[in-house]
Write a protein that binds this ligand. Sequence first.
Ligand SMILES: N[C@@H](CCC(=O)N[C@@H](CS)C(=O)NCC(=O)O)C(=O)O
Length: 297
Amino acid sequence: MSEQNYPSSYEPAAVWKWENENGGQFASINRPTAGPTHDKVLPVGKHPLQLYSLATPNGVKVTVLLEELLALGFSGAEYDAWLITIRDGEQFGSGFVEANPNSKIPALMDHSSGTPVRVFESGAILLHLAEKFGAFLPSDPNKRPECLSWLFWQMGSAPYLGGGFGHFYSYAPFKIEYCIDRFAMEVKRQLDVLDRHLADNQYMCGEEYTVADMAIWPWYGALVSNNVYSAAEFLDAGSYKHMARWTEEIAARDAVKRGRMVNRTSGPLEGQLRERHDASDFASKTQDKIEAAEGGS
Ligand SMILES: N[C@@H](CCC(=O)N[C@@H](CS)C(=O)NCC(=O)O)C(=O)O
């Protein structure tokens, strides 16, 4: 697009005002202020860890780690996963805002020490749990910084993928070439960063599968396997061969398959475990079984 073709009808006002919803798929939950909109106490289940979440990529990072910890035999990682429906504004309930003043899933309340401790931001939750259980984070001082670097790389990079590219490619009310170009270029650059690194490394931190993989896979793995934004063709995702190898290898893990199901409200009913309160729920409480039982009663 040449400069003379840029649409020019919009001139920002001196002071921005929130006049009505700004448009786009999530317009009804976007607002320019923080804090609770209504009173709602969060439920608390029987396990030390209480997760309040939804199976978006940021939510899946945490449920994958919890399922991986349980698969390794850490019984202290047992958790209740409560559903927070962000489209209905449940992230603005007073109890959720106490758990996360930023009103975004995932939020964790850790009751293991007796005094409930809140942890918000998916990267902080991954680090908190990895340190707590001494797993999926290298202890070797020569390897740990590499893992932390990729974990924080993800936290800094994914907003360009989600809030930037994904928003303008999929959710914006109309297509703006300038925005899609800008963020497609950045996301392809990020995919190339990952692809080059994974050409020489089995996982993000070498041979060890860590929280860095668990943070990156739900976003970038989903992108190349066309599970978010339907953009794999547009971004020529098939050309990132090492990413594809790593994506498939992680997707095949049993704990990852379970983690993806927790707090999921879309897709095949047998893949949705909307709330998880016990390991046995995967066998008995998926949405297909719940609906079949309701239909039969
Ligand atoms: N940096 C945060 C981002 C969390 C985030 O953006 N969560 C989204 C769902 S993926 C959310 O809760 N959105 C609700 C809202 O913006 O009101 C993290 O990694 O935890």
